[in-house]
Design a protein. Structure first.
Lengths: 501, 326
């Protein structure tokens, strides 16, 4: 068994005392920066890069990788406890995770997130070890036409995320698309909706919008309710810390499905982890017997997406390890780290430096195990945090949001912009408009436009590329099917109403 | 606590300790940490490059140099901040071919003037661009690429990291010098463009050694020339485009600028420190790996002349290719 041999080399390299220690340091730091809203793994890894110059390359990469997937664990904690998605991949966790926290079930949500993530991490690690090369080929097959079709599917699915009114969800998605247009257009180089402000030339940062709309908006709303003396934010008793037997029974299938989706979609460069998590949410909501529970604290809505985003975080290493292609900003930093140590990322690393290649992969499993050990006992601490009176908690959240947003670009403008979005977020709560579709439109819209125009450029204006390429056609047909599934019941319902009259 | 702030606090603490220890006179420059604004996110090529210099700079200047990442608007945000800073030598800019060459040509209105708003300090490194092709393109040198392009002017496409970015202007310069046609396909950054080049969806592009090294070694891409006046340390066997008969000098570079009005003595002190740090032989191999070629002997006067020539070069390219960015 070649795989076993490889894993043996890997574990021999990853299980030295010093490497386990660096792995632990990485995942601990990752958890911390993940919990702090806004301060993401990109900034952390960039700042730590110079410190790793002195380390042996294997240790350095193990630690940096640990920060990345550790931050995925931490990110879900912030999303569940205080409704702050620091990264787009923990966006959907907010929906049901925070609802669970409000119902006094924060512990169960955090527990299932940690356990689901561990399972997903284990599976994804095995997948990397066994099938990295063919999966990397899949990533290369995804051209602009395929990405466009995938985004179409994603945007249509975004509407499914909404709880209430479909019209409101569509409107929010469109508003998100418009916000995503702000900045320099990739294709023409023209500025759009920047009003001459250079700070807007690169568009609005995801962190600014999500902190504003989710974080600040909710704080304003909570404070208003506080004044009306009817507030009950998160504490309806701390409740049982770990998930119950019923929780596990509900969750194991979503975890399996989320892991599969996350593993496959994570390989795709650009937004893989996020696509995985919200595709999983969509699937769980579709498959659920009682859809009305979603948005009110359905544990499946946490278990699936959390497994998916962690699996995706692991498999996003595949293009990097196999071909030297970065699939996101963190992977680009990892390439920088490898080059500083004189390692040229690419297919030859596997053969030339097996102890590094397989050591890094084995360390991911060790890191996931360490994260589980670290996070399960921490759940008690986090849950107790919710018992802190809100008048003391919210200034701290506000401060962290400001620091987090400022740290992304060292820009005060971004902080002010976040405040603006805070008021918008409050307005949305009052109008009962769900913010999740807006953020998805914001992330997916620009990618969709970019790939549409690129595909058209490459085909020299021939729009049939979207139908003649089999992968693209499949994705578009899936999107069509989704529309039909959504529309048919309402047509039937209207007809029934009509017949009743 | 933000890590930048943590570093800054640590740097200040160090400063306090060293000031007490040495009893330094407050008037001598520098007597407080120097801020170097880098117009890119942490972890980009220029950021990694400049962070390598920090320990040597501190040794030479006796004060820490703190990197502040101020990305955005093709470097204009950082450049504007430095242009407006107090000219006391404590706020510096890491300028590039974008901030002091291309942007001026692309944008009718800029909040700063590449020549009038700054004191040139030192030109410390060049970042040569190499011409890479997909292996399916039947060309192992530039001549063969040009005749392949000329055989069917409508077929070829080339990628770049965005309209008006250095990789795009390098492509346009090449098209102009060689008299060939190719459709420009912009991407958001160079990494996704490289993916499409490897997959064969686009045919050629200009990019750095750092970005192309892995794929050239694995055979996924073929490198056919370096667009610089001299051969690069990154691959001394690779002939320049000039040697192959196509005078395409398209490289980015790193140079330090201070706000206009900074005292000449301060500028001279900084020029010496940056030149020494960038040319430290111990750094050579590392810099080569990330695609940076240290430049020596280019102080304030040389840099001033160099910026003037860069502004002219890119203005010509932009005019000839009719590229606009509002």
């Amino acid at each position: 068994m070649e795989l076993l041999e490889h894993l043996q080399v890997g574990f021999a390299s990853a299980l030295t005392w010093s490497n386990v220690l660096y792995c632990f340091a990485g995942v601990t730091l990752g958890t911390l920066v993940g919990v702090l809203p806004g301060i993401g793994p990109v900034a952390t890894i960039a700042m730590l890069l110079p410190i790793t110059y002195g380390l042996p390359p294997t240790a350095a990469l193990i630690m940096l990788a640990g920060i990345y997937y550790g931050a995925q664990y931490g990110g879900s904690t912030a999303a569940i406890l205080v409704n702050l998605p620091g990264e787009s991949s923990s966006l959907v966790t907010c929906i049901d995770g925070h609802a669970m926290a409000k119902n006094g079930r924060a512990g169960a949500a955090l527990g299932i997130a940690a356990i689901g993530s561990f399972f997903a991490g284990t599976v994804a690690t095995l997948v990397i070890a066994a099938a990295a090369a063919p999966l990397a080929e899949l990533a290369l097959k995804f051209g602009p036409a395929e990405y466009f079709s995938l985004m179409v599917l994603g945007l249509i699915a975004a509407v499914v995320l909404a709880q209430g009114d479909i019209l409101k969800a569509v409107a929010m998605t469109l508003l998100g698309l418009l916000l995503g247009l702000v900045g320099i257009d990739v294709n023409s180089g023209e500025e759009r909706f920047t009003f001459g402000m250079p700070q807007l030339a690169d568009g609005i940062s995801f962190v600014v919008i999500s902190m504003g709309i989710f974080g600040l908006g909710e704080i304003i709303y909570n404070l208003e309710r506080e004044r009306q003396k009817s507030r009950e934010v998160a504490i309806r008793g701390v409740g049982r810390v770990l998930p119950t037997r019923e929780d596990y029974a509900r969750s194991w299938k979503p975890v399996l499905r989320g892991t599969t989706l996350g593993t496959v979609l994570g390989v795709l460069p650009g937004g893989g982890a996020m696509l995985g998590s919200f595709t999983s949410y969509m699937v769980e909501k579709r498959l659920a017997r009682d859809r009305s529970r979603f948005g009110k604290g359905a544990i499946e809505g946490v278990a699936g997406p959390e497994s998916a985003n962690n699996a995706g975080a692991q498999t996003s290493f595949i293009p990097l390890l196999v071909m030297g292609l970065p699939s996101n900003a963190v992977m680009a930093l990892m390439i920088g780290a490898m080059m500083i140590h004189g390692i040229v990322p690419g297919p030859q690393v596997m053969g030339e430096r097996p102890e590094l290649f397989w050591g890094l992969i084995a360390s991911m499993w060790i890191g996931n195990a360490l994260l589980l050990l670290l996070n399960l006992p921490l759940i008690g601490v986090w849950v107790r945090l919710l018992a802190v009176p809100y008048r003391m908690l919210y200034p701290a959240i506000l401060l962290l949001c400001c620091i987090g947003v400022f740290s992304v670009n060292n820009s005060l403008f971004d902080v002010l912009l976040m405040v603006g979005f805070g008021f918008l977020g409050y307005l949305f709560i009052r109008l009962r408009c769900e913010p999740a579709p807006l953020l998805l439109g914001f992330v997916l819209g620009p990618m969709m436009e970019e790939n549409l125009r690129r595909a058209m450029l490459l085909s020299r204006g021939d729009a049939t590329v979207f139908f003649t390429r089999p992968l693209s056609l499949t994705l578009l047909l899936m999107a069509l099917a989704l529309v039909l599934v959504m529309v048919l019941p309402s047509i039937r319902a209207t007809r029934e109403v009509a017949f009743q009259d | 606590m933000n890590i930048v702030q943590l570093f800054r606090a640590a740097a200040l603490a160090l400063l306090a300790v060293s000031a007490v220890a040495h009893g330094q006179a407050p008037a001598a420059y520098p007597n407080q940490p120097i801020h170097l604004l880098v117009p890119f996110s942490a972890g980009g090529g220029q950021d990694i490059f400049v962070r390598q210099l920090l320990p040597r700079l501190q040794e030479r200047l006796g004060q820490p140099v703190v990197v502040e990442n101020r990305p955005g608007a093709s470097g204009n945000i950082a450049a504007e901040a430095v242009a407006r800073a107090v000219p006391d030598g404590y706020t510096l800019l890491l300028g590039t071919a974008a901030t002091h060459g291309m942007n001026q040509a692309l944008q009718p209105v800029l909040p700063f003037d590449a020549q009038k708003s700054f004191e040139p300090v030192a030109h410390i490194a060049d970042v040569p661009l190499v011409l890479v092709v997909h292996p399916s393109v039947p060309a192992s040198n530039v001549d063969e690429l040009v005749s392949w392009l000329k055989a069917d002017p409508g077929r070829a496409t080339y990628g770049s990291s965005g309209t008006g970015a250095p990789l795009h202007l390098a492509g346009e310069l090449f098209k102009r010098v060689a008299g060939v046609e190719a459709l420009h396909v912009p991407y958001k950054g160079s990494a996704p463009a490289i993916v499409d080049l490897i997959a064969g969806r686009i045919h050629f592009m200009f990019d750095t050694f750092a970005a192309t090294n892995p794929h050239v070694r694995s055979g996924a891409l073929r490198r056919i020339g370096v667009a610089a006046p001299r051969r690069a340390r990154g691959d001394p066997d690779l002939p320049t485009l000039g040697e192959q008969g196509y005078a395409v000098d398209a490289y980015s570079w790193s140079a330090v600028f201070a706000p206009a009005g900074t005292p000449p003595a301060v500028v001279a002190r900084l020029a010496d420190a940056f030149a020494v740090a960038a040319n430290d032989p111990a750094l050579g191999p590392k810099l080569g790996e990330i695609g940076f070629e240290p430049v020596s002997g280019s102080g304030p006067d040389e840099l001033r002349a160099f910026v003037a020539s860069e502004l002219k070069k890119w203005a010509d390219v932009v005019r000839a290719a009719d590229i606009k960015r509002e």
